[in-house]
Design a protein around this ligand. Structure first.
Ligand code: KG4
Ligand code: ZN
Length: 350
Protein backbone atom coordinates (compact mmCIF):
# COMPACT_ATOMS: atom_id res chain seq x y z
CA UNK A 1 0.00 0.00 0.00
CA UNK A 2 1.17 3.53 -0.77
CA UNK A 3 1.43 6.27 1.85
CA UNK A 4 -1.77 7.49 3.50
CA UNK A 5 -2.88 11.12 3.74
CA UNK A 6 -4.79 12.01 6.91
CA UNK A 7 -6.86 15.16 7.43
CA UNK A 8 -8.13 16.56 10.74
CA UNK A 9 -10.72 19.36 10.88
CA UNK A 10 -13.13 18.30 13.63
CA UNK A 11 -12.58 21.29 15.92
CA UNK A 12 -10.17 24.24 15.74
CA UNK A 13 -7.00 22.47 14.59
CA UNK A 14 -6.45 22.25 10.84
CA UNK A 15 -4.04 19.36 10.31
CA UNK A 16 -2.70 17.12 7.56
CA UNK A 17 -0.14 14.31 7.63
CA UNK A 18 1.33 11.72 5.30
CA UNK A 19 2.33 8.38 6.80
CA UNK A 20 4.05 5.46 5.07
CA UNK A 21 2.06 2.23 5.27
CA UNK A 22 4.29 1.05 8.14
CA UNK A 23 3.32 4.11 10.19
CA UNK A 24 6.47 6.17 9.59
CA UNK A 25 5.55 9.86 9.59
CA UNK A 26 6.71 11.32 6.26
CA UNK A 27 5.29 14.82 6.80
CA UNK A 28 2.85 16.55 9.11
CA UNK A 29 1.41 19.99 9.76
CA UNK A 30 -0.92 21.39 12.43
CA UNK A 31 -2.38 24.87 12.53
CA UNK A 32 -4.10 25.87 15.76
CA UNK A 33 -6.54 28.47 14.54
CA UNK A 34 -6.25 31.95 15.92
CA UNK A 35 -9.41 34.03 15.89
CA UNK A 36 -11.45 32.18 18.50
CA UNK A 37 -9.85 33.62 21.66
CA UNK A 38 -11.70 36.93 21.37
CA UNK A 39 -14.98 34.98 21.60
CA UNK A 40 -13.91 32.91 24.62
CA UNK A 41 -14.39 29.60 22.80
CA UNK A 42 -14.40 27.93 19.40
CA UNK A 43 -16.88 29.55 16.99
CA UNK A 44 -17.98 26.74 14.65
CA UNK A 45 -18.52 28.91 11.58
CA UNK A 46 -15.16 30.68 11.96
CA UNK A 47 -13.50 27.27 12.39
CA UNK A 48 -15.11 25.82 9.25
CA UNK A 49 -14.13 28.82 7.13
CA UNK A 50 -10.57 28.74 8.45
CA UNK A 51 -10.30 25.01 7.62
CA UNK A 52 -11.46 25.80 4.09
CA UNK A 53 -8.94 28.63 3.80
CA UNK A 54 -5.93 26.64 5.03
CA UNK A 55 -6.48 23.02 4.06
CA UNK A 56 -5.65 23.03 0.31
CA UNK A 57 -2.21 24.66 0.76
CA UNK A 58 -1.47 22.55 3.83
CA UNK A 59 -2.22 19.30 1.99
CA UNK A 60 -0.06 20.41 -0.97
CA UNK A 61 2.74 21.22 1.50
CA UNK A 62 2.71 17.90 3.35
CA UNK A 63 2.59 15.96 0.07
CA UNK A 64 5.55 17.99 -1.26
CA UNK A 65 7.50 17.50 1.98
CA UNK A 66 6.80 13.78 1.89
CA UNK A 67 7.77 13.67 -1.79
CA UNK A 68 4.55 11.87 -2.64
CA UNK A 69 2.38 12.69 -5.65
CA UNK A 70 -1.38 12.46 -4.93
CA UNK A 71 -1.79 9.59 -7.38
CA UNK A 72 0.90 7.62 -5.51
CA UNK A 73 -1.08 7.66 -2.27
CA UNK A 74 -2.56 4.42 -0.97
CA UNK A 75 -5.62 6.12 0.54
CA UNK A 76 -7.03 9.42 1.77
CA UNK A 77 -8.60 9.67 5.22
CA UNK A 78 -10.41 12.37 7.16
CA UNK A 79 -11.89 12.72 10.63
CA UNK A 80 -15.58 12.32 9.86
CA UNK A 81 -16.96 12.72 13.37
CA UNK A 82 -17.61 13.37 16.14
CA UNK A 83 -16.99 17.11 16.04
CA UNK A 84 -18.23 20.41 14.65
CA UNK A 85 -20.20 19.57 11.54
CA UNK A 86 -18.96 22.47 9.39
CA UNK A 87 -15.32 21.50 9.85
CA UNK A 88 -16.08 17.81 9.37
CA UNK A 89 -17.79 18.59 6.07
CA UNK A 90 -14.78 20.63 4.88
CA UNK A 91 -12.21 17.93 5.76
CA UNK A 92 -14.16 14.91 4.61
CA UNK A 93 -15.33 16.56 1.37
CA UNK A 94 -11.75 17.53 0.57
CA UNK A 95 -10.56 13.97 1.22
CA UNK A 96 -13.37 12.49 -0.86
CA UNK A 97 -12.59 14.88 -3.72
CA UNK A 98 -8.97 13.74 -3.75
CA UNK A 99 -10.00 10.09 -3.51
CA UNK A 100 -12.38 10.51 -6.43
CA UNK A 101 -9.92 12.47 -8.57
CA UNK A 102 -7.11 9.96 -8.11
CA UNK A 103 -9.08 6.74 -7.80
CA UNK A 104 -8.02 6.17 -4.18
CA UNK A 105 -9.81 4.49 -1.27
CA UNK A 106 -11.43 6.87 1.23
CA UNK A 107 -11.43 6.14 4.94
CA UNK A 108 -13.89 7.95 7.23
CA UNK A 109 -12.05 8.02 10.55
CA UNK A 110 -13.82 8.29 13.86
CA UNK A 111 -11.86 11.05 15.64
CA UNK A 112 -12.12 9.22 18.98
CA UNK A 113 -10.76 6.03 17.43
CA UNK A 114 -7.85 8.09 16.07
CA UNK A 115 -7.03 9.22 19.64
CA UNK A 116 -7.58 5.64 20.86
CA UNK A 117 -5.19 4.01 18.36
CA UNK A 118 -2.37 6.57 18.73
CA UNK A 119 -0.34 4.53 21.27
CA UNK A 120 -0.17 1.77 18.64
CA UNK A 121 1.99 3.96 16.37
CA UNK A 122 5.26 2.06 15.84
CA UNK A 123 7.23 5.16 16.90
CA UNK A 124 5.45 5.05 20.27
CA UNK A 125 6.19 1.36 20.79
CA UNK A 126 3.16 -0.16 19.08
CA UNK A 127 1.09 -0.92 22.18
CA UNK A 128 -0.79 -4.24 21.87
CA UNK A 129 -4.56 -4.56 22.38
CA UNK A 130 -6.31 -4.45 24.80
CA UNK A 131 -5.61 -1.33 26.87
CA UNK A 132 -7.55 1.30 28.74
CA UNK A 133 -7.80 4.82 27.34
CA UNK A 134 -8.68 7.87 29.39
CA UNK A 135 -9.48 10.62 26.91
CA UNK A 136 -9.54 14.06 28.53
CA UNK A 137 -9.90 17.06 26.24
CA UNK A 138 -12.02 20.15 25.69
CA UNK A 139 -14.68 18.10 23.96
CA UNK A 140 -14.37 14.63 25.47
CA UNK A 141 -14.02 12.94 28.80
CA UNK A 142 -14.35 9.17 28.62
CA UNK A 143 -12.85 5.83 29.62
CA UNK A 144 -12.61 3.34 26.79
CA UNK A 145 -11.51 -0.26 26.69
CA UNK A 146 -9.63 -0.41 23.37
CA UNK A 147 -9.89 -4.02 22.27
CA UNK A 148 -9.21 -4.00 18.53
CA UNK A 149 -9.66 -1.93 15.38
CA UNK A 150 -13.31 -0.87 15.46
CA UNK A 151 -13.72 -2.72 18.74
CA UNK A 152 -14.08 -0.38 21.66
CA UNK A 153 -16.10 -0.56 24.83
CA UNK A 154 -16.95 2.74 26.46
CA UNK A 155 -16.79 2.13 30.20
CA UNK A 156 -17.78 5.63 31.25
CA UNK A 157 -18.23 9.16 29.99
CA UNK A 158 -19.11 12.61 31.25
CA UNK A 159 -22.75 13.15 32.04
CA UNK A 160 -22.39 16.89 31.47
CA UNK A 161 -19.17 18.82 30.67
CA UNK A 162 -15.77 17.63 29.49
CA UNK A 163 -12.93 18.24 31.93
CA UNK A 164 -11.20 20.67 29.54
CA UNK A 165 -14.43 22.68 29.37
CA UNK A 166 -14.33 22.99 33.16
CA UNK A 167 -10.72 24.26 33.00
CA UNK A 168 -11.76 26.73 30.30
CA UNK A 169 -14.73 27.98 32.33
CA UNK A 170 -12.60 28.38 35.46
CA UNK A 171 -10.00 30.23 33.37
CA UNK A 172 -12.75 32.55 32.19
CA UNK A 173 -14.19 33.35 35.65
CA UNK A 174 -10.66 33.95 36.96
CA UNK A 175 -10.06 36.36 34.05
CA UNK A 176 -7.27 34.26 32.51
CA UNK A 177 -8.51 34.26 28.90
CA UNK A 178 -9.09 31.24 26.65
CA UNK A 179 -8.21 28.41 26.57
CA UNK A 180 -8.08 28.27 30.35
CA UNK A 181 -6.26 24.99 30.98
CA UNK A 182 -2.63 26.06 30.65
CA UNK A 183 -3.25 29.38 32.47
CA UNK A 184 -5.11 27.69 35.35
CA UNK A 185 -2.27 25.18 35.73
CA UNK A 186 0.32 27.96 35.77
CA UNK A 187 -1.57 30.03 38.36
CA UNK A 188 -2.28 26.95 40.49
CA UNK A 189 1.47 26.48 41.00
CA UNK A 190 1.52 29.51 43.32
CA UNK A 191 -1.69 28.58 45.15
CA UNK A 192 -2.80 26.61 48.18
CA UNK A 193 -4.74 23.59 46.94
CA UNK A 194 -6.37 22.91 50.31
CA UNK A 195 -7.74 26.39 51.01
CA UNK A 196 -11.15 25.94 49.38
CA UNK A 197 -13.23 22.80 49.79
CA UNK A 198 -14.73 22.21 46.35
CA UNK A 199 -16.91 19.26 45.31
CA UNK A 200 -15.40 16.01 43.96
CA UNK A 201 -18.25 15.09 41.60
CA UNK A 202 -19.25 11.38 41.58
CA UNK A 203 -16.20 10.47 43.71
CA UNK A 204 -16.71 7.04 45.26
CA UNK A 205 -19.78 6.24 43.14
CA UNK A 206 -19.82 2.97 41.21
CA UNK A 207 -18.74 3.04 37.56
CA UNK A 208 -16.47 5.56 35.88
CA UNK A 209 -18.77 8.28 34.59
CA UNK A 210 -17.66 11.86 35.13
CA UNK A 211 -19.41 15.11 35.97
CA UNK A 212 -17.79 18.53 36.02
CA UNK A 213 -20.66 20.98 35.77
CA UNK A 214 -21.21 21.19 39.56
CA UNK A 215 -17.51 21.79 40.21
CA UNK A 216 -17.43 24.47 37.54
CA UNK A 217 -20.48 26.16 39.08
CA UNK A 218 -19.00 25.92 42.58
CA UNK A 219 -15.94 27.85 41.38
CA UNK A 220 -18.14 30.47 39.68
CA UNK A 221 -20.17 30.88 42.90
CA UNK A 222 -17.00 31.20 44.97
CA UNK A 223 -15.66 33.91 42.65
CA UNK A 224 -19.04 35.69 42.86
CA UNK A 225 -18.58 36.13 46.64
CA UNK A 226 -15.73 38.59 45.92
CA UNK A 227 -16.37 42.24 45.08
CA UNK A 228 -16.63 42.97 41.35
CA UNK A 229 -13.33 43.53 39.56
CA UNK A 230 -10.13 41.53 39.37
CA UNK A 231 -9.57 39.03 42.20
CA UNK A 232 -6.56 39.43 44.47
CA UNK A 233 -3.86 37.31 42.80
CA UNK A 234 -3.26 35.18 45.90
CA UNK A 235 -6.97 34.29 46.09
CA UNK A 236 -7.17 33.53 42.37
CA UNK A 237 -4.14 31.25 42.74
CA UNK A 238 -5.72 29.45 45.71
CA UNK A 239 -8.95 28.98 43.75
CA UNK A 240 -7.05 27.65 40.71
CA UNK A 241 -5.04 25.26 42.90
CA UNK A 242 -8.11 24.07 44.84
CA UNK A 243 -10.01 23.50 41.58
CA UNK A 244 -7.13 21.57 40.01
CA UNK A 245 -6.81 19.49 43.18
CA UNK A 246 -10.52 18.63 43.04
CA UNK A 247 -10.17 17.59 39.38
CA UNK A 248 -7.10 15.51 40.18
CA UNK A 249 -8.83 13.64 42.99
CA UNK A 250 -11.91 13.09 40.85
CA UNK A 251 -9.93 11.81 37.86
CA UNK A 252 -7.86 9.49 40.07
CA UNK A 253 -11.03 8.04 41.61
CA UNK A 254 -12.80 7.58 38.27
CA UNK A 255 -9.70 6.15 36.58
CA UNK A 256 -9.32 3.76 39.53
CA UNK A 257 -12.84 2.48 38.95
CA UNK A 258 -12.21 2.24 35.20
CA UNK A 259 -9.05 0.20 35.77
CA UNK A 260 -10.94 -2.17 38.08
CA UNK A 261 -13.69 -2.58 35.44
CA UNK A 262 -11.13 -3.18 32.71
CA UNK A 263 -9.06 -5.58 34.85
CA UNK A 264 -12.15 -7.66 35.64
CA UNK A 265 -12.14 -8.73 31.97
CA UNK A 266 -8.55 -8.36 30.81
CA UNK A 267 -6.42 -8.19 33.96
CA UNK A 268 -4.21 -5.16 34.64
CA UNK A 269 -2.63 -3.86 31.42
CA UNK A 270 -1.86 -0.26 30.43
CA UNK A 271 -3.63 3.02 31.17
CA UNK A 272 -3.19 5.49 28.30
CA UNK A 273 -4.09 9.12 28.83
CA UNK A 274 -4.72 11.37 25.82
CA UNK A 275 -6.29 14.74 25.00
CA UNK A 276 -5.20 18.30 25.72
CA UNK A 277 -5.83 18.04 29.47
CA UNK A 278 -3.16 15.31 29.61
CA UNK A 279 -0.67 18.21 29.30
CA UNK A 280 -1.36 19.02 32.95
CA UNK A 281 1.60 17.86 35.06
CA UNK A 282 -0.39 17.55 38.31
CA UNK A 283 -3.04 15.41 36.64
CA UNK A 284 -0.43 13.25 34.95
CA UNK A 285 1.32 12.68 38.29
CA UNK A 286 -1.92 11.71 40.01
CA UNK A 287 -2.88 9.33 37.19
CA UNK A 288 0.61 7.80 37.15
CA UNK A 289 0.21 7.05 40.86
CA UNK A 290 -3.32 5.67 40.37
CA UNK A 291 -2.07 3.36 37.60
CA UNK A 292 0.81 2.10 39.74
CA UNK A 293 -1.62 1.42 42.60
CA UNK A 294 -3.83 -0.65 40.27
CA UNK A 295 -0.86 -2.54 38.80
CA UNK A 296 -1.24 -0.85 35.40
CA UNK A 297 1.56 0.54 33.24
CA UNK A 298 1.04 4.21 32.42
CA UNK A 299 1.50 5.77 28.98
CA UNK A 300 0.97 9.36 27.92
CA UNK A 301 1.86 9.95 24.25
CA UNK A 302 3.91 13.10 23.59
CA UNK A 303 1.70 16.13 23.76
CA UNK A 304 1.65 16.89 20.03
CA UNK A 305 0.15 13.42 19.49
CA UNK A 306 -2.19 13.78 22.50
CA UNK A 307 -3.87 16.91 21.19
CA UNK A 308 -5.69 17.03 17.85
CA UNK A 309 -3.40 16.17 14.93
CA UNK A 310 -3.55 14.39 11.58
CA UNK A 311 -0.87 11.77 12.25
CA UNK A 312 -3.42 9.94 14.38
CA UNK A 313 -6.01 10.17 11.60
CA UNK A 314 -3.68 8.70 8.98
CA UNK A 315 -2.57 6.01 11.44
CA UNK A 316 -6.16 5.03 12.31
CA UNK A 317 -6.85 4.79 8.57
CA UNK A 318 -3.84 2.51 8.09
CA UNK A 319 -5.11 0.29 10.89
CA UNK A 320 -8.62 0.26 9.41
CA UNK A 321 -7.35 -0.52 5.90
CA UNK A 322 -5.23 -3.37 7.27
CA UNK A 323 -8.35 -4.71 8.97
CA UNK A 324 -10.20 -4.50 5.64
CA UNK A 325 -12.38 -1.47 6.38
CA UNK A 326 -12.91 1.17 3.71
CA UNK A 327 -15.71 3.70 3.27
CA UNK A 328 -17.96 4.86 0.48
CA UNK A 329 -17.76 8.36 -0.89
CA UNK A 330 -21.29 9.02 0.35
CA UNK A 331 -20.29 8.36 3.95
CA UNK A 332 -21.95 11.21 5.87
CA UNK A 333 -19.85 13.08 8.46
CA UNK A 334 -21.62 13.21 11.80
CA UNK A 335 -21.37 15.49 14.82
CA UNK A 336 -22.09 12.60 17.20
CA UNK A 337 -20.41 9.26 16.63
CA UNK A 338 -19.85 7.20 19.78
CA UNK A 339 -16.88 4.86 19.69
CA UNK A 340 -18.97 1.82 20.43
CA UNK A 341 -21.40 2.43 17.54
CA UNK A 342 -22.38 -0.66 15.62
CA UNK A 343 -20.94 0.77 12.38
CA UNK A 344 -17.36 0.85 13.67
CA UNK A 345 -16.77 -2.57 12.19
CA UNK A 346 -18.57 -2.30 8.91
CA UNK A 347 -17.15 -1.65 5.52
CA UNK A 348 -18.75 -0.82 2.22
CA UNK A 349 -17.34 -1.53 -1.19
CA UNK A 350 -17.10 1.78 -3.07
O1 KG4 B 1 -7.31 17.86 22.90
P1 KG4 B 1 -7.43 19.33 22.80
O2 KG4 B 1 -6.24 20.12 22.28
O3 KG4 B 1 -8.64 19.77 21.91
C1 KG4 B 1 -9.92 19.23 22.04
O4 KG4 B 1 -10.64 19.65 22.96
O5 KG4 B 1 -10.26 18.35 21.21
O6 KG4 B 1 -7.80 19.85 24.27
C2 KG4 B 1 -7.98 21.21 24.58
C3 KG4 B 1 -8.40 21.31 26.03
C4 KG4 B 1 -8.81 22.71 26.43
O7 KG4 B 1 -10.01 22.64 27.17
C5 KG4 B 1 -7.65 23.20 27.29
O8 KG4 B 1 -8.04 24.14 28.27
C6 KG4 B 1 -7.20 21.90 27.91
O9 KG4 B 1 -7.30 20.94 26.88
N1 KG4 B 1 -5.81 21.99 28.38
C7 KG4 B 1 -5.43 21.87 29.67
C8 KG4 B 1 -4.03 22.08 29.70
N2 KG4 B 1 -3.60 22.31 28.42
C9 KG4 B 1 -4.71 22.25 27.62
N3 KG4 B 1 -6.14 21.60 30.77
C10 KG4 B 1 -5.46 21.55 31.93
N4 KG4 B 1 -4.14 21.75 32.06
C11 KG4 B 1 -3.37 22.02 30.98
N5 KG4 B 1 -2.06 22.23 31.10
ZN1 ZN C 1 -9.61 15.32 19.89
Amino acid sequence: MGPVLGIETSCDETAAAVLAADGTVLAEAVLSQAGHAAFGGVVPEIAARAHLAHLPAMVADVLAQAGVAPAALGAVAASSGPGLIGGLIVGSSFAKGMALAHGLPFVAVNHLEAHALTPRLPALGGLAFPYLLLLVSGGHCQCVSVEGVGRHRRLGTTIDDAVGEAFDKVGKVLGLGWPGGPAVEKLAKQGNATRFALPRPLKGRPGCDFSFSGLKTAVAQLVATYPAGPLPVADAADIAASFQHAVAETLADRAGHAMAMFAATHGPRTLVVAGGVAANATLRAVLTAAAAKAGFAFVAPPLRLCTDNAVMVAWAAIERLRAGFVDRLDHAPRPRWPLDSSDMQTTAAP
